[in-house]
Structure formats: structure tokens, C-alpha cells
Design a protein around this ligand. Structure first.
Ligand SMILES: N[C@@H](CCC(=O)N[C@@H](CS(=O)(=O)O)C(=O)NCC(=O)O)C(=O)O
Length: 218
């Protein structure tokens, strides 16, 4: 059986949890704090990051985008991506790049804010916030376009898939780490997307939550 090394707030790990659920793939969930020295990630990932999908033979598949590509290749049904090389597949991957990039900026912001205030860099945090806001604008534009005609409100190709998973996990992460962020008032199309996603058991059963980090990281 697969084992997924995950963390309760992780939007990257949540993408994989949702994909496993949507594809009906059984797995053991190993919830960790990757920032604590107790984490198992270094044993499977030289980059020491989760998510890691640990295979029955003990190998680790890591970097969420690659885990999702790996799952799509090994467990193609039901598909979460259009056929490889199609415009819809490329558009979904682009949306995932935007979503992951927003999460990357949010992670940097999260750690910068944990530094003593006199060590926090205002220009650095402003730069990260620009990436977050620019990325959310891009995802919002995709959501608005997806609401047109018969596209069903999904971001790409008129059907639920990877792009929606990636965008939805960003929104859930914002609510956990940056509850003050006004994304709902700024992007009503993303609110409607979040509402559609919240109806899916794969989203309802993977709601993110904060974690207690014991070790000193920054
Ligand atoms: N690009 C990676 C990012 C993964 C990542 O940053 N994971 C964090 C945990 S979380 O922020 O997603 O909760 C981690 O393991 N960080 C430990 C470290 O960076 O040393 C992916 O998509 O898998």
C-alpha cells in the first residue's frame, strides 16, 4: 500500500491527498511536522520536503507536481488531466504552476513573519505579497472564464481536474495561515469555485489545519 507523508497545513500534500481520494487509491496517511527533526522526509527526499508518496518497495516519490504526474501515469482513471500534450493538459499544468507559486510565496511570508520583528524584511514581504496577489488575480481570471457557457465553472476544459485541485488548496491554505487575507472580497469567482469544491468529499475530508512546530527554524 502507498504511504503519504503529509502535514496538516500543507497545500502541496493536500493536492496529493485529494488526487488519491478522487482516484479511489487506498493509502496510509503519515502526518508529520517537516520542520521538526523528527520528520522522516530526509529518508525519502534529499530536499527534505513533504509530500512524499512512499511506494510499497520503499522508494519515495516527491515534489507534489511530480507525485501528481506520477499518479496520473500509474492510475489514469478517473483522469484529473486531459491527455498529455493537449492544450487543456498544458493549461492545467500552468494553473498548477500559478497555484504552487502562490503557496511558495505564502510559505516564505509565513517564515518571515516568524522572525523577530527587527529581523523581518519589509521589502521582501512586500515582494512575496505581490506574488500572492498577482497569482490570485490570475487564478480568479481562470475561474471567471470557466464560468462562461457550458464550462461548468471549472478552471480548465469544462471539467473538474488538477487545476481546480491546485487552486482550491491555495484558498484553503490562505484561510489557515493568512485568515486576514481579503481574497473572498477581491475574487468572488474564487469564492464560487471554493463553494463547488467544498461539495466534494475529497475536499471535505482533507480540510487543512495548523500544526505546532517544536524546533527553531528561522
Ligand atoms: N515544491 C514542493 C513544496 C513542498 C513544501 O514546501 N513542503 C513543506 C511543508 S508545507 O509547507 O507544505 O506544509 C516542507 O516540507 N517544508 C520543509 C522544508 O522546506 O525543509 C512541493 O510542491 O511538494
Amino acid at each position: 500500500m502507498y504511504r503519504l507523508i503529509s502535514a496538516t497545513p500543507s497545500p502541496y500534500a493536500r493536492k496529493v491527498r485529494i488526487a488519491l481520494a478522487e482516484k479511489g487509491i487506498p493509502f496510509e496517511l503519515a502526518t508529520e511536522v517537516p520542520w521538526d527533526s523528527s520528520t522522516a522526509t530526509p529518508a525519502y527526499n534529499p530536499l527534505e520536503k513533504l509530500p512524499v508518496l512512499v511506494l510499497p518497495d520503499g522508494r519515495g516519490i516527491y515534489e507534489s507536481r511530480f507525485v501528481l504526474e506520477w499518479l496520473e501515469a500509474k492510475h489514469p482513471d478517473p483522469p484529473l488531466l486531459a491527455p498529455a500534450g493537449t492544450d487543456d493538459a498544458l493549461a492545467a499544468r500552468q494553473a498548477e504552476v500559478i497555484a504552487d507559486g502562490v503557496c511558495d510565496a505564502l510559505v516564505l511570508l509565513f517564515w518571515e513573519r516568524r522572525r523577530p520583528e527587527e529581523h523581518q524584511s519589509v521589502p521582501w514581504m512586500a515582494r512575496q505579497r505581490r506574488k500572492v496577489d498577482g497569482g490570485l488575480r490570475a487564478l480568479s481570471a481562470l475561474a471567471e472564464a470557466g464560468e462562461g457557457g457550458t464550462r461548468g465553472g471549472w478552471l480548465v476544459g469544462g471539467r473538474f481536474g488538477l487545476a481546480d485541485i491546485a487552486a482550491g488548496t491555495v484558498l484553503g491554505y490562505l484561510d489557515v495561515r493568512f485568515p486576514e487575507h481579503p481574497w473572498r472580497s477581491l475574487h468572488p469567482a474564487l469564492v464560487r469555485l471554493a463553494g463547488r469544491l467544498a461539495e466534494r468529499p475529497s475536499f471535505r475530508t482533507t480540510m487543512p489545519s495548523p500544526q505546532r512546530i517544536a524546533d527553531r527554524v528561522v
